[in-house]
Design a protein around this ligand. Sequence first.
Ligand code: FAD
Length: 326
Amino acid sequence: MDTKRPISPAAEEILGGYFPVLDHGFVSLVDYMGTDEDVERAARVSYGYGTRKTSQTRGLIRYLRRHHHTTPSEMVELKFHCVMPIFVARQFIRHRTASVNELSGRYSLMPLLFYRPDAQQFELQSRSNRQGREGEAPAHVYEEAVRRWEALRIEAGGAYQWMLEQDVARELARIDLPLSMYTQWYWKTDLHNLLHFLTLRVDPRAQWEIQQYARVMAGMMKRVAPLTYDAWIDYNLCARSFTRAERDALARLVEASGENVRARAGASLGKAELSALGLSGRELAELVEKLQPPERPDFELDLSRMRSAEDVGKEMSEAVPGAKFE
Ligand SMILES: Cc1cc2nc3c(=O)[nH]c(=O)nc-3n(C[C@H](O)[C@H](O)[C@H](O)COP(=O)(O)OP(=O)(O)OC[C@H]3O[C@@H](n4cnc5c(N)ncnc54)[C@H](O)[C@@H]3O)c2cc1C
């Protein structure tokens, strides 16, 4: 049956397909409502009828994003099925604007799937960022960590299975299952809030594991609303805002008038001058970071990795302890 709804052929191609993330996780774009066309339609309501020219769609979407006119992008919605470790889910859930429906461990049997970081991801505590990691850990530490993880998981999974065998309520049998265990949910949000989520979670300062989910979801969003995706990269993700002190500093270095922007001859600012303008040492480091030329990220999906819902469902049900308890 033909649909009268706006659809995106690139999104249709991946709809309901599952993309692997980490060792046992997945993300699927289950459904979407609207495309760039709907962002434009909503915006045209506020700008009046008879103003539409197809060639202006891209310009309009970029203008809206540049000027924080965000409500038109709330008219588009995306629904994902995510399978992720519980510690990643705890970071997702902080994004309060999404609607979530999670697998119930009170009702269902939890698949005994646990996340095991690769050796490359097993890094030491960062000295510069208390929330980060840096520098590969020694091989023997990784080997011992894997041994301890395995022992804990066998113990926790075994206790869970034993309690189910004793007919203990599922809501109690699950209480000592670890954060590394995979949970899953439907996660629905609108395009505006998705872009906010993605901006925070593809960022290198977010935990590497949630970055992997956000990168796949960015690739999916690109297929739903490619013009919005481009505008997001240019005006949000690769953009930075300047403080009052930073603008003062830049104005001393660069002259802008009419249609020209030029460097002021011989101008430069040292630490003392920047400090006199009000920049602390930390702000100065942040300014230096902001002034680096941005790298344009690529969130293209690898279609060769897409799997079917049946295939993934089978993998999950095979990991549920003892089918006889079903
Ligand atoms: C790198 C990183 C590190 C973090 N570290 C920590 C941490 O150590 N501890 C911790 O607890 N959290 C941490 N967080 C979570 C963070 O504080 C936010 O809760 C999370 O990023 C969700 O952002 P949000 O509130 O903007 O998103 P959403 O909840 O999706 O909200 C979107 C926007 O809606 C508005 N909004 C939503 N709810 C309200 C409300 N109740 N009142 C007013 N406005 C609202 C705000 O404008 C908000 O920006 C971290 C996040 C990141 C990215």
